[in-house]
Design a protein around this ligand. Structure first.
Ligand code: ADP
Ligand code: MG
Length: 332
């Protein structure tokens, strides 16, 4: 059975903000799936929905099967159990989610005491093991968050995520706030932990290069949809969807800080999710847009062995003749 299977997930925030618009994903234990896309494409919304951490006003539909059980229809007791022992999440800017007035050892031990009903001594031992696993000396257990560097705090967050042996780890931009050297260390650490413990990993980033280097498979999101999905290196090096191609050209080097904010060669911004363009949502920015792209929605289709892409240029019947992007834009 699949560790995780997401089917036709849709998430709409109040005001008609269609943040996720029909996403299908799957992940096996011990595998690593990267989710890429510019800011605002719905990546964090997808991550939060997997553990039902969305604000109550968000409308959610579809299925999120974790070990075959739908997280969206679980009772709250089950959801709580899943959040600790089933799956856990490492957020961007973890440094801010540690409690500044508690020693980090106590913060790591807390879920172990609460959710595993461990004795204080057993929780202390486990905390020591976890610190070692994430490459921190056990003596750091008595430190307060402000006494640690950003990279060390992110290691503490990873230790907390591992505390109850989750089967799935969701890492949402886990290294974005860190400098390049530390970023690489944290990525290696996450990779190593996933390999050793046979957990599944969903790693979210705007940086395709980082994901291609870390993950087995890659899903590229645009405007709340997956527009391309396939083996990570293939998607990065030989994208089939023009958006995935533009993103990979934008992030040529791991952790290039200059490329963090503005993908080079890709003008404009993703659409406002309350006013997604008709047809293919990417058509107004697409250098390869045809007239049909402004009116015809493009579903994911076969794009080679184990690959899918949602582009009119992919597949057996490509319509012609090509028209300039200007013409496609004026057709909207
Ligand atoms: P990403 O992680 O890819 O940057 P998000 O999932 O954070 O994207 O956001 C997707 C869209 O949903 C954005 O337009 C964002 O402004 C909107 N959004 C995110 N959270 C909320 C919320 N709580 N209420 C309303 N809109 C939201
Ligand atoms: Mg985000």
């Amino acid at each position: 059975m699949r560790l995780l299977e997401v089917r036709n997930l849709e998430v709409t925030y109040p005001g008609g903000v269609a943040a996720v618009r029909g996403v299908d994903l799957s992940l096996d234990a011990g595998r690593k799936l990267g989710v890429a896309g510019e800011s605002g494409c719905g990546k964090s919304t997808l991550a939060l929905s997997l553990l039902r951490l969305l604000p109550a006003q968000a409308r959610v539909s579809g299925e999120i099967l974790l070990d075959g059980e739908d997280v969206l229809t679980m009772r709250w007791g089950q959801v709580r159990a899943v959040r600790w022992a089933g799956a856990s999440i490492v957020f961007q800017g973890a440094m801010h989610s540690l409690n500044p007035v508690h020693r980090i050892g106590d913060q790591i031990a807390e879920p172990i005491l609460l959710h595993r009903r461990a004795t204080a001594a057993a929780a202390r031992t486990r905390t020591g093991e976890l610190l070692e696993q994430v490459g921190l000396p056990v003596s750091r257990a008595s430190a307060y968050p402000h006494e640690l560097s950003g990279g060390q705090r992110q290691r503490v967050m990873i230790a907390m995520a591992l505390a109850c042996d989750p089967r799935l780890i969701i890492a949402d931009e886990p290294t974005t706030a860190l400098d390049v050297m530390i970023q690489a260390q944290i990525l290696r650490l996450i990779e190593q932990l996933v390999a050793e413990q046979d957990v599944g990993l969903i790693m979210i980033s705007h940086d395709l290069a980082v994901l291609a280097d870390t993950c087995d498979r890659l899903a590229v999101m645009y405007a709340g949809r997956v527009v391309e999905e396939g083996p990570a290196r293939q998607v990065y090096e030989d994208a089939r969807h023009p958006y995935a191609g533009a993103l990979s050209a934008a992030f040529p080097r791991i952790g290039d800080p200059a490329s963090r904010f503005a993908p080079r060669g890709l003008a404009g911004d993703p659409p406002d999710p309350s006013a997604v363009p008709s047809g293919c949502a990417f058509h107004p920015r697409c250098p390869q847009a045809l007239a049909v792209c402004a009116t015809q929605d493009q579903a994911l289709r076969d794009a080679g062995p184990g690959r899918q892409a949602a582009c009119v240029h992919v597949g057996p019947t490509v319509p012609g003749p090509a028209v300039a992007a200007e013409d496609a834009r004026s057709a909207t």
